[in-house]
Design a protein around this ligand. Structure first.
Ligand code: HEM
Length: 403
């Protein structure tokens, strides 16, 4: 082969390799390479590499990525399937990200509280309307993508609760008969639709040109201590610092920001947390102030006096990246039960007592310890001793978080 031909082939090879990624008008890259006039589909690995080196705010969709379709939840029953009893507290509290990888089959967990949560959300929307959900135009495609992901996932995972009719793009909630026409993408807010299907609250985080993740769409209906308007359009860091999350700048900020920027499509995670609440209202904790007043917080809360009104509030949060938009979908499922019920479970009173006793002063303040310590701690101590007298001691406690 002559030198000229060799060089010419080398030149073509370089063009084929570097020649690259096609760009749309607005600069977003397309997942294909030009290959001698024909197009060649990029693999997920190639797209992941492009995304790893992306300019912030630009995302190359991965059409190859399909969220694994879950098997149907065996014997799931809208009346009988109990909530997962997350008791996500250790003897010692340490502020960490606390994320664990998530099994796709467990993305959305629904149970026999679904109907109650659904009714509560509908009643809340009747009362508060669009204060509870919003979708910024820049996040509309992402929120619809979330709904599209849900319609497939939910109809496979919970086939006695949802049917999805692909020909018409219609989702039906079987027990209530509600029907959602998803082909109308203009007149409805996808955040509302997603909220009606899940027990969870929802936040869609969109990356901006500085690599910050902004809460651009969401449905926050049962969050207890915060409202959508408190955090809407804020970046992740401000969401947390505006709430004085303890040790945020020290222990969380940098790790979380890196985690968000790098998060891959196939690496969903979950985390759990817990709070103590001094009233029985799931959607909004009235103890910290009226939902409609501007300034709310533990500093306005009266001291709790009735142990029967002390509730354990715990969230299971999931995080995943959406393949088309690149946005991160954050779900927040709240579990809520009276402490007087929970202490009947083995090991709980001692562990909760130890956990709360280990809170450092900033955590105590953030979690409102002063308002309930005098009533809750002696109660837990007494219940712990009763269990220990019956042989239920720390030595034989299982060590599997989140318990
Ligand atoms: C890896 C992801 C995240 C981590 C590790 C994290 C961590 C935390 C921590 C430690 C707290 C204090 C309460 C608790 O223990 O949970 C908190 C509170 C909070 N987080 Fe996050 N978070 C994450 C993602 C998000 C996202 C995506 C949002 C978007 C809405 C969000 C919104 C909030 C809000 C609203 C609070 C309450 C703040 C307040 O008290 O005003 N978090 N987060």
């Amino acid at each position: 082969m002559g030198i000229i031909t060799e060089n010419y082939l080398l030149f073509l090879a370089i063009i084929a390799v570097l020649g690259g990624v096609a760009f749309t008008k607005n600069g977003a890259s397309l997942p294909e390479v030009l290959n001698f006039g024909r197009t060649k589909k990029l693999t997920s690995e190639e797209i992941a590499r492009i995304n790893k080196n992306r300019k912030f705010g630009e995302w190359t969709p991965d059409p190859n990525f399909k969220t694994p379709i879950p098997p149907s939840y065996a014997n799931w029953d809208i009346e009988k399937t109990k909530p997962v009893p997350y008791r996500a507290f250790k003897h010692r509290y340490v502020v960490t990200m606390g994320i664990r990888s998530m099994d796709w089959d467990e993305w959305i967990q629904l149970d026999n509280e679904w109907l109650r949560y659904h009714e509560l959300k509908k009643a809340r929307v009747q009362e508060k309307g669009e204060a509870l959900y919003a979708t910024n135009p820049k996040a509309r495609a992402a929120m619809w993508e979330f709904v599209d992901e849900l319609k497939i996932y939910l109809s496979h995972r919970y086939p006695t609760l949802f049917t999805y009719y692909a020909e018409k793009d219609v989702m039906k909630i079987i027990p209530t008969g509600e029907v959602f026409h998803l082909s109308d993408r203009i007149s409805q807010d996808p955040a509302y639709i997603a909220a009606m299907w899940l027990q969870d609250d929802i936040a869609i985080m969109v990356e901006d040109e500085n690599g910050q993740y902004i809460l651009m769409a969401g449905a926050i209906m049962l969050a207890g201590f915060w409202r959508l308007k408190d955090k809407y359009m804020m970046p992740l860091s401000q969401i947390h610092t505006s709430g004085d999350v303890p040790k945020y700048n020290l222990n969380l900020k940098s790790g979380m920001e890196k985690f968000f920027v790098r998060m891959g499509l196939d690496k969903p995670v979950v985390r759990n947390n817990y709070f103590i609440q001094t009233d029985e209202n799931l959607p909004w904790s009235t103890s910290i102030g009226d939902e409609d007043t501007e300034q709310v917080g533990w500093y306005t809360a009266p001291a709790a006096s009735d142990i029967n009104r002390i509730y354990f509030r715990s969230e299971r949060q999931s995080l995943r990246r959406l393949p088309k938009s690149g946005a991160i979908a954050f779900t927040i499922r709240t579990y809520f039960l009276p402490v007087t019920e929970m202490v009947k479970e083995p090991f709980i009173p001692r562990r909760l007592f130890d956990a709360i006793s280990s809170w450092e002063p900033d955590v105590q303040e953030y979690r409102g310890l002063a308002t309930f310590k005098d009533i809750l701690l002696p109660y837990l101590e007494q219940k712990a001793k009763e269990q220990e007298d019956a042989g239920i001691t720390v030595e034989n406690e299982p060590q599997v978080f989140p318990f």
